[in-house]
Design a protein around this ligand. Structure first.
Ligand SMILES: Nc1ncnc2c1ncn2[C@@H]1O[C@H](COP(=O)(O)OP(=O)(O)OP(=O)(O)O)[C@@H](O)[C@H]1O
Ligand SMILES: [Mg+2]
Length: 254
């Protein structure tokens, strides 16, 4: 098969963990999908469904157990460095450096990505202004609120503006105005032809942002498509109903 040189291709991805207490955990167990340039692809699923694990493999943080993943045509196992150059990853827990200020982190990321220093600084202040971070831009991140740290983590992707954006719960802990700003930034990225893959627990966000949605449960994709596709296949209207009809609720304890 010829692999597209743009976007993300995930083929029969499996990621198993050997856990001391739980034994073999099949976190991702045969997941396939594609996300194309100019598309926002959302992973939805209950806690433990395997969303973060999937995103971590795409972002080269974890190696796949089996299957293949390509980012802009690069195989994540064979060419992780090339993948990192074309991909921005927002880990759910913000993953920021507590001693750095948002300004330092964002400009360093931009410079590492090859942006001119002056240009990076200018862009950083524009983004801080857009996200309401100007006032705290020079405060170490260890002293910021959860939402401010989360915003700083998004800002470092916005400043680099890579072809592929991988965002694990980008609106987690954000207030309503900031959620709106972050969602607008994601929609702008799509308009510029970026490939965006995100996970979310917010039905509203998935409906608002995503061109296509995959509902994951227990390491596998239960259904995937546009809202229309999902409505047709489940005979439900609202995403919440569609979602609930697709996941298996845990049996009550005996
Ligand atoms: N390093 C690890 N070792 C063992 N098990 C792991 C490890 N990382 C993840 N898992 C397990 O893999 C499964 C999937 O986890 P994952 O974090 O991908 O879920 P998720 O869909 O992102 O959930 P959430 O909505 O809670 O963020 C869970 O059962 C989790 O306990
Ligand atoms: Mg997760």
């Amino acid at each position: 098969m010829t692999v597209p040189t743009e976007g993300v291709v995930v083929q029969d991805l499996k990621k198993y963990f050997l856990d001391r207490k739980r034994g073999l955990v099949k976190a991702v167990d045969g997941v396939s999908f594609e996300a194309r340039p100019g598309e926002i692809f959302a992973l939805l699923g209950p806690n433990g469904a395997g969303k973060t694990t999937c995103l971590r493999v795409i972002a080269t943080v974890l190696k796949p157990t089996a299957g293949q993943v390509f980012v802009q045509g690069w195989n994540v196992t064979q060419h992780p460095d090339q993948v990192r150059r074309v991909l921005g990853f927002h880990p759910g827990d913000a993953g920021v450096y507590h001693r750095l200020t948002p300004y330092e982190m964002v400009t360093v990321f931009a410079e590492l990505a090859g942006h001119d220093r002056r240009e990076a600084q200018k862009k950083a202040w524009e983004i801080f202004d857009q996200l309401g971070l100007t006032e705290v831009a020079k405060t170490p991140m260890g002293k910021l609120s959860t939402g401010q740290r989360q915003k700083s983590a998004i800002a470092r992707i916005m400043v680099v503006d890579p072809p592929v954006w991988v965002l694990d719960e980008p609106a987690l802990g954000l207030d309503v105005p900031t959620t709106q700003e972050v969602e607008q930034a994601i929609l702008d990225a799509k308009q510029r032809g970026r490939t965006v893959i995100l996970s979310t627990h917010t039905m509203e966000q998935a409906e608002y942002l995503a061109d296509r949605i995959a509902v994951m449960d227990r390491g596998t994709i239960q259904a995937m498509g546009t809202m229309e596709d999902l409505r047709r296949s489940t005979h439900k209207t609202r995403l919440r109903e569609i979602f609930l009809s697709l996941i298996k609720l845990e049996a009550p304890a005996p």
